[in-house]
Design a protein around this ligand. Structure first.
Ligand SMILES: [Zn+2]
Length: 66
């Protein structure tokens, strides 16, 4: 399973159609062939949806870089 955000193969399954990427430290849920919802896990372990940003990969990368 490749991470849809960074393309890393270093992912682990955490639930039904849900995966965690150890490279970019995001959790994502697959939705159909190409769709996905990505989540950023903040310091308190809260999942923050990146759904809006995920529609623009560049925005996600900028967000990751802070
Ligand atoms: Zn990733």
């Amino acid at each position: 399973m490749h991470c849809p955000l960074c393309g890393s193969i270093d992912t682990g399954k955490v639930g039904t159609e849900q995966y965690y990427c150890w490279n970019c430290l995001h959790e994502f849920a697959m939705q159909g062939q190409e769709g996905f919802t990505a989540y950023y896990v903040d310091e308190e372990g809260t999942l923050v949806s990146l759904n809006e940003l995920a529609q623009d990969g560049q925005a996600v990368e900028e967000n990751l870089l802070g």
